[in-house]
Design a protein around this ligand. Structure first.
Ligand code: FAD
Ligand code: NAG
Ligand code: NAG
Ligand code: NAG
Ligand code: NAG
Ligand code: NAG
Ligand code: NAG
Ligand code: NAG
Length: 529
């Protein structure tokens, strides 16, 4: 029988041994080890005034920035690859748990906090963020600590006809984003970010730096979408750049329920995943007029990127989606890199230089969940869903798949949500007052529950980059092993690829050094169970 032997090792330790065991002496030894091999100015402990500034520099979600949020014993900010190697070697040697942070956008904060109450240190890759474009080969090496906004900027600055398919929020880190897939406005044309990764440098549990050739194809497969933090620290990625036309066209159109939004959402479901690959139209469905009791309603916003001119776009929309009522005056032509700023939402209207200013995502409290839809939701149900979301103040973001996404085999990368998926739904709820957290998290869970009949099932699929601990965790301290059936989150994120991921994990990190609440468990084939 096949079992995942998973030990939440530090938790079990700490149930039995006093905190003294780890406490200062192990931490001191670890720090000693680090300072023996690196310069001390890359280590921040809680006594340092900069500790809290460094820690908070990449925490977009205030839910994980409270007084009671578990914090690292030390933060290491490597300036070179050898610093990362030393940190891993010293951590392994002294049994110190680590968290790895690139951009810090993890939806559950797993890159900088820990909910298993095990002491940990944080490797923050913020300083490792170079982007080197090889214009002749149309490739680039990008370090994990770069943001996807910086990446787009550097690529485009080198050659305005080159781009890279990645997500829509420029402050997202390359390290986590590429570890989990990377979906954005060019996915229908070119696939995910990971579909365009050619090589990588990774520090493994032995502190070695491996490239694609030395790590082998199984591990190289696993790190392109298997979720971060399970296999090692990825330092850098070699990516294939893609052609972008000199002119792209964007539009944004909004309709409320009263303006016929439901009919348009229904039509969108049939068109968006099946139209030319050059056209991307997502939906943001959100409550509006919140302050104005009588006029509260849902608004549907159609955000579009078209890889071509307004004339071409108008013709396509007229043929495929005339109901939208798109007019030429709604369309704006711009360069691809300007469209990256436009789609960023929080930088819209700024110059493209804003992409390299590393302006943080506006902090707020939020919770998100995800679903995939493989058959159109009936119009009547769309109507109901809107009412539920209005009541619970939950926003839905729907992103079309199809196009290139459907051409890539389910097993080509760990991201399994390919052919047959029409679109992904992201549920999101945000708030400003810490005292309201429970209420809003309960709201989004109720919406998710009600959506069950309309979304994928067996398994109910989810996107690992929209991490959701409601799907389950490894760290149920009382349990020492799980069967595959019990690891719901694993099959939700990866379907059948979960088993291959666990086998790779078993080969490269059998003692489960690289672990967190939802890391891949090492698969152990054993006849004794
Ligand atoms: C505002 C916002 C907008 C977003 N928009 C999109 C979008 O449009 N499309 C999309 O696909 N996703 C989107 N995401 C999700 C985003 O892709 C994931 O949260 C991604 O994992 C973040 O990467 P990061 O480096 O910023 O995060 P981190 O929190 O630093 O890392 C995420 C996970 O990866 C691990 N990790 C980080 N770096 C490394 C490394 N170098 N080696 C190994 N493991 C590592 C971390 O330990 C953690 O488990 C968005 C998230 C936010 C908050
Ligand atoms: C660090 O270096 C000192 C001096 O060389 C040595 O005594 C000590 O054992 C080293 N510590 C570790 C953890 O390697
Ligand atoms: C932090 O400061 C406290 C009180 O000043 C001291 O006892 C402790 O040893 C210091 N810890 C470290 C890691 O320097
Ligand atoms: C663009 O790429 C070329 C060739 O790789 C390189 O020599 C040059 O420095 C790059 N230019 C910029 C502005 O990054
Ligand atoms: C996709 O579009 C083609 C023609 O453009 C049409 O024949 C087909 O039915 C559409 N498929 C779906 C699932 O809507
Ligand atoms: C609702 O909107 C209408 C039209 O915009 C406006 O006349 C009315 O005053 C609004 N209702 C409230 C309660 O403000
Ligand atoms: C939703 O928002 C409205 C207006 O701000 C508020 O009155 C209502 O209580 C909220 N509903 C929930 C479930 O939080
Ligand atoms: C953890 O274990 C408890 C008790 O065994 C169980 O009730 C709970 O559902 C488990 N949680 C998860 C996420 O598996």
């Amino acid at each position: 029988m096949v079992l995942f032997l998973f030990r939440c090792k530090l938790v079990l330790f700490f149930l039995n041994l006093s905190i003294q065991f780890f406490g200062s002496s192990t931490c001191d030894k670890f720090l000693d080890c680090i300072s023996n091999t690196t310069s001390t100015n890359i280590v921040f402990t809680p006594n340092d005034t900069l500790y809290s500034i460094v820690l908070k520099s990449s925490i977009p979600n205030l839910r994980f920035d409270t007084l009671t949020t578990p914090k690292p014993l030390a933060i290491i900010t490597p300036l070179s690859y050898s610093h990362v190697q030393s940190t891993v070697i010293c951590s392994v040697k002294f049994g110190v748990n680590i968290r790895i942070r690139s951009g810090g956008h993890d939806y559950e904060g797993l890159s900088y906090t820990s909910f298993d109450h095990a002491p940990f240190i944080l490797i923050d890759l913020n300083e490792l963020r170079s982007v080197n474009v090889d214009q002749e080969a149309n490739t680039a090496w990008v370090e994990s600590g770069a943001t996807i906004g910086e990446l787009a900027y550097r690529v485009s600055r080198n050659d305005s006809l080159l781009g890279f398919p990645a997500g829509e929020c420029p402050s997202v880190g390359v390290g986590g984003h590429l570890s989990g897939g990377g979906f954005g406005t060019m996915a229908r044309k070119y696939g995910l970010s990971v579909d365009n990764v050619m090589d990588a440098l990774l520090v493994d549990v032995h502190g070695r730096i491996l490239d694609r050739n030395s790590m082998g194809e199984d591990l190289f497969w696993a790190i392109r979408g298997g979720g971060g933090a399970s296999f090692g620290v990825v330092l850098s990625w070699k990516i294939k750049l893609v052609y972008v036309p000199p002119i792209v066209t964007i539009f944004t159109l909004s309709k409320t329920l009263e303006q016929g939004a439901i009919r348009l959402v229904n039509k969108w479901q049939h068109v968006a995943h099946n139209v030319t690959k050059d056209l991307f139209i997502n939906l943001v469905i959100t409550p509006v007029n919140q302050e104005d009791g009588d006029n509260r309603t849902m608004q549907v916003t159609f955000n579009s990127l078209f890889l071509g001119t307004t004339d071409e776009l108008m013709k396509i929309v007229k043929d495929e989606f005339p109901q939208l009522g798109l007019q030429e005056k709604d369309c704006v032509e711009m360069s691809w890199i300007e469209s990256v700023v436009y789609f960023s939402f929080y930088l819209t209207g700024e110059s493209i230089d804003a992409l390299i200013e590393r302006r943080p995502w506006p902090k707020s409290y939020f919770k998100a969940k995800s679903d995939y839809v493989n058959k159109p939701i009936p119009e009547q149900a769309v109507n109901e869903i809107m009412k539920w979301c209005l009541h619970e103040n939950v926003t839905l973001i729907m992103e079309p798949h199809g196009g290139k996404m459907s051409e890539i085999d389910e097993m080509a990368t760990p991201y399994p949500h390919r052919r047959g998926n029409m679109y992904i739904i992201q549920y999101i709820v945000g708030w400003d007052d810490v005292d309201e957290s429970e209420q809003h998290v309960a709201s989004i869970r109720r919406i998710y529950e009600k959506m069950t009949p309309y979304v994928s099932k067996n398994p109910r699929e989810a996107y690992v980059n929209f991490r959701d601990l409601d799907l389950g965790t490894n760290c149920n301290a009382s349990m020492r092993s799980y069967t595959q059936e019990e690891m719901i989150w694993g099959t939700s994120y990866f379907k059948a690829n979960f088993k291959r991921l666990a086998m790779v994990k078993g080969m490269v990190d059998p003692t489960n050094f690289f672990s967190n609440e939802q890391s891949i468990p090492p698969l152990v084939l054993s006849s004794s169970y």
